[in-house]
Design a protein around this ligand. Structure first.
Ligand code: ADP
Ligand code: G6P
Length: 737
């Protein structure tokens, strides 16, 4: 039976060795804690790092670690200390993590770390291949493994691969500073589906793909040479029931069975019943805004001194990535801040901050969530922030107030919390006051709505939605309908070409016979192409028709000496072999004087665009414009033009990075139809790359062989990847006879 292979840097279990014995604890962090429930319920294996380097594992414990991990359906991948240094403490956490969280001043670019990152990603990919069986689904997670999807794809081209990024994806302006940005994007695009927590991260990613790789992006799909990658947002949820149920049970525990922490919290509550506990929980990370939070709390006590002695900040910081210098500095800063503020405000019976720097067992986490009436979470940047969701899930009587940074992904779904800007101390201090004073009814009203949403969109739903969307990507690929021209299909086409008595080939020019150049007049046919077309057109009983949107002058000059029929301006003009140009359609061009100035204003406003004037049409080219701006302006111009030309017998054609205004009713399909009326052809072939060729594909008779260049939605029956393949196919035709 097929399974899901989950791949993340860290496994949900963390293995330590004390006195030659294994100690297993759950891993901390949103990815591991969240995904654990999905893993537990489904048929999956999870590949990742145990937390120990090869050097740290005594030989006699190696097998035991593997067996222990297997008990939880986990497979460990082992790394040397040097690999971990470059990959984990290096590129992952000194380059990508700060960059993706907009801490550009902390980013380091060390090429040896990048090399290690590639090496370790390859090791992970190889491990997946080792456990992969046909039909399995692969789900790769997070920023440590950005190259893995493509590394797997290279070895298993047909595998179903999903990728989820648990941290923010920064805006293009920030991402572009990365020296290896193309490799990173291509690595991710190895997946069939790429997921982010929020729409903003998705948008930033697509923008980088468009601008850096210059790949076509349509809505949320990226078109590659031979497949389409879907990008979407899936906000991660929590195991709601687990938190809710544990909290409910927690309220029923008898006093003598309570944890030591809970007893201490109860003691505090009994001693000062009207005092308030404000909770703060995170990994000790500079992105979490812990220092700001403490300073904002200090400011609160200064601004509202009546609360001195009545409000306490309970701060739990979990040690994290302590080999990275920025984390060591942060630890020092927090220690000093807590010390200074406690020194400044403490009374004999009260200290303002209780500070824990350690990981805590799950029951203690629940003690804290259920005992604190306010949670203050103020990350400067945070992909999601599951603590915010967990806090709400444990408030089983619906009381409690969540103060949450607008910079956390979770804030997009948690509008009923008090949303603050983590850099605005005034706002944080006032939010604390508002939380303290908030009537119970209001707390209940807000939390009821929050809980309803979190319950519905829990972690299993998140994972299931992702997996369903992943399955769909495979179903959707063939929705192109067009079939790739494989060797076998090519043979069949060649045979019918050979056996036919009367053949006709309709060939589009730009994007089909030649690639795109920045300026249309640079895309002249090369000698090799002229020679190729000559050979094909000389085959007996074979008519070659070049059918293009180009103006007749250019086409006529370029193809002057060849025995081919030319159709220009999408069908306005026709030049039969060896004859003069003839008007093929009744058209007029007196509309141009009104439309030209409008298009010219778009040229002025959009650098890199220009107007091409043909006899009976105007074309606005935006290939050289900034890709995003180009798309936006094309859309704008298209709308403006459609209004302007309505009722004038004109239409706007949206080609490949070009908008063309021309007479309605003139199109390649109609033009080809006229040619076909003249004779009975038993081999009809048409090939083209853009939207204007779709008319051709639609109009031709059923038995025609229609071929699209590139992977795009089309009415054609077949597709080939690029212009090289087109030429190759024509070369085969020329060799049949
Ligand atoms: P991040 O993924 O950046 O660490 P999240 O808030 O998304 O931040 O996830 C943190 C996860 O770690 C939560 O699921 C939380 O329950 C868990 N966690 C936080 N602190 C502790 C702790 N002291 N002990 C155990 N688990 C913790
Ligand atoms: C965040 C990241 C995870 C990571 C976790 C803990 O949640 O998105 O990928 O596992 O932090 O960090 P660590 O470096 O200890 O794995």
């Amino acid at each position: 039976m097929s399974k899901t292979i989950i791949l993340s840097n860290r496994l949900p279990l963390q293995i330590n060795i004390t006195k030659e014995k294994l100690q297993v604890t759950p891993s901390v962090g949103g990815l591991a804690t969240g995904l654990k429930s999905f893993h537990r319920e489904g048929d999956s294996i999870w590949i990742g790092w145990s937390g120990l380097t090869e050097e740290e594992i005594p030989v006699n414990l190696k097998a035991e670690i593997k067996v222990r991990a297997r008990e939880d359906a986990c497979i460990t991948v082992s790394f040397t200390a040097e690999e971990m240094d470059g990959f984990y403490y290096g590129f992952s956490n000194r380059s990508i993590w700060p960059l993706f969280h907009y801490f550009t001043e902390y980013t380091e670019w060390e090429s040896w770390q990048w090399e290690m990152y590639k090496k370790v990603n390859q090791k992970y990919a190889d491990s997946v291949i080792e456990h992969y069986e046909e039909g399995d689904k692969i789900w790769v997670h997070d920023y440590q493994l950005l190259l893995v999807p493509n590394m797997i794809r290279e070895q298993r081209p047909n595998a179903t691969i999903g990728f989820f990024n648990h941290i923010p994806f920064p805006s293009y302006e920030v991402f572009r500073t990365m020296p290896w940005r193309e490799e990173i994007l291509n690595g991710m695009l190895g997946a069939d589906l790429i997921g982010f927590h929020t729409y903003d991260y998705e948008r930033h990613f697509l923008s980088s793909v468009r601008r850096i790789l210059r790949r076509p992006v349509e809505f949320n799909e990226v078109t590659l040479a031979n497949r389409v990658v879907k990008v979407d947002s899936f906000p991660m949820g929590i195991d709601y029931e687990k938190f809710e149920q544990t909290a409910l049970k927690h309220h029923e525990i008898s006093e003598d069975q309570e944890t030591e922490l809970q007893q201490r919290l109860n003691f505090h509550r009994k001693k000062s019943p009207d005092s308030q506990l404000i909770l703060s929980i995170d990994r000790l990370d500079y992105t979490k805004g812990i220092a700001n939070r403490i300073r904002a709390f200090e400011y609160f006590l200064e601004k509202y001194p009546e609360y001195i002695g009545k409000v306490r900040l309970v701060m739990l910081a979990v040690p994290s990535r302590s080999d990275v210098p920025q984390y060591q500095l942060l630890k020092k800063e927090i220690d000093e801040l807590v010390g200074r503020i406690n020194g400044k405000f403490a009374t004999v019976s009260w200290i303002p901050i209780w500070y824990f720097f350690r990981s805590m067992p799950f029951e203690n986490l629940i003690d804290l969530y259920t005992s604190c009436n306010i949670a203050l979470l103020t990350p400067i940047r945070d992909g999601m922030n599951l603590v915010a969701k967990e806090y709400i899930a444990t408030r089983t009587n619906q009381t409690g107030v969540l103060i949450l940074s607008e910079m956390a992904g979770a804030s997009h779904e948690m509008n009923e919390a008090l949303i603050i800007n983590p850099n605005n101390f005034e706002q944080i201090a006032d939010a604390i006051l508002q939380a303290i004073k908030m009537p119970k009814e209001e707390q209940i009203r807000r939390n009821t709505l929050l809980q309803k949403r979190l319950k519905r969109y829990n972690v299993v739903r998140w994972a299931t939605d992702f997996m369903k969307a992943l399955d769909k990507t495979k179903e959707n690929q063939p929705s192109f309908k067009a079939i790739h021209i494989s060797q076998e299909i090519q043979e069949k086409i060649l045979t019918s070409f050979k056996n036919a008595k009367n053949r006709i080939l309709f060939l589009d020019y730009d994007g089909t016979l030649v690639g795109f150049e920045d300026k249309p007049n640079l895309a002249k046919p090369d000698e090799q192409l002229l020679d190729l077309i000559k050979k094909v057109s000389k085959i007996k009983n074979t008519k070659v028709v070049l059918i293009s949107g180009r103006d007749k002058e250019t086409l006529g000059t370029w193809w002057k000496a060849l025995p081919v029929e030319l159709i220009a301006e999408h069908g306005v003009w026709v030049r039969k072999t060896g004859k003069e140009w003839q008007l093929n359609e009744k058209v007029h061009n007196n509309w141009m004087k009104n439309v030209r100035p409008v298009v010219e204003t778009f040229c002025d406003r959009t650098p890199g665009t220009f107007l091409e004037e043909k006899n009976y049409s105007l074309a606005w080219h935006y290939r050289k414009a900034d890709p995003e701006l180009g798309e936006i302006r094309a859309n704008e111009l298209s709308n403006v033009l459609k209004e302007l030309i309505s009722n004038h017998g004109l239409s706007v054609l949206e080609g490949n990075k070009v908008l063309e205004i021309k007479s309605s009713g003139v199109n390649k399909g109609k033009a080809a139809g006229k040619v076909l009326l003249k004779k009975d052809y038993d081999f009809i072939f048409a090939i083209g790359d853009d939207w204007t060729d779709e008319f051709l594909f639609q109009e031709l008779p059923e038995n025609a062989i229609t071929v699209k260049v590139g992977v795009k939605k089309t009415a054609a029956s077949y597709y080939v990847e690029d212009t090289n393949k087109v030429r190759d196919l024509l070369l085969q035709f020329s060799r049949v006879h």
